[in-house]
Design a protein around this ligand. Sequence first.
Ligand code: EAX
Length: 330
Amino acid sequence: MTRKIATLLIILIVIIFVAGPAVSARAATELKLGVVTKPGSAQNIVADKFKDLLEKRSDGRYSVKIFHSKSIGNETEILQQVQMNTIQLAVVTGGPFDTFDPIVRVINYPFLFKNTAQVDMVLDGPIGQAILKDLENVGFKGLAFSENGFRNLTNNRRPVRTAADVKGLKIRVMASTLHKAIWQALGANPTPMPWPIYTELEQGVIDGQENPLWVMEVYKFYEIQKYMTMTRHVYSPHIDVASLIWWQSLDAGDQQLIQKAMLDAARYQRKDNRDKNAARLKLLKEKGMLVEEHPDIDSFRKKVANLKDHELFRDPKVHALLEKALAATR
Ligand code: EAX
């Protein structure tokens, strides 16, 4: 009897002092995740949620280190590091992807989506899947779409109600050939510039910029931009990607775990972003921005209507997918 108790005690001691620390001391595999934006931004909300979910669901086998606020470069540079597997994951705005893979232009097409229901239908359906899959050709495993949101124009020169009012405005655009073409077609003077752009706006190097409402709030653009026009000209997703080199080294179980954590984080963030928009608009007005809520959208549409015949969409695969997306959102 006493011997049995003694044996049990020894086993317990072994578990507590040997196996316990051995298990918890096994180092988690650290994954590096890049976003260009600062805490509180749409991208960071996805990244934080993903970190939380993956660390919990993997029982600590994985830890996620988030590099933010341009600490590892702009969005183009972040994507290059993902391609090389210097970092494993990134949450990056759709725009800068278009120099890596022209298929991404399909979902950045102006006035493609009328509302978020269409967004979810297209991004979560076969068109979204085709885009994520295509990214494998350029070294990315496409995991999910989270969102920046519908983009709106702000500027410091004059109220903009029709496309004619845009003429000559110096507008900062992302590193995206499509975005540049859009603003050229609208008659502006588009200037590609990496994020962030507060100083350039403040110093008047550029007259304006375009981004979703959260940006004007989180980056305090109400301090330096007088006019906002609810153009909603492009719906801007983030594409949440992994390095393909790294991805292919994982077993199926971990691939599934990571994919699911990113999908759940993306869904959570899309809803969070949408839920906050009404309050943001109110705040921006309170802060003194003059908001044109009902611009003459038709005048904008007309000017970009021919973009689908632009050389940016000449690749037959890209053109075919654009036609599909246009049909799905008619
Ligand atoms: O999310 O560069 C941009 O305009 C992006 O929208 C930026 O990353 C803010």
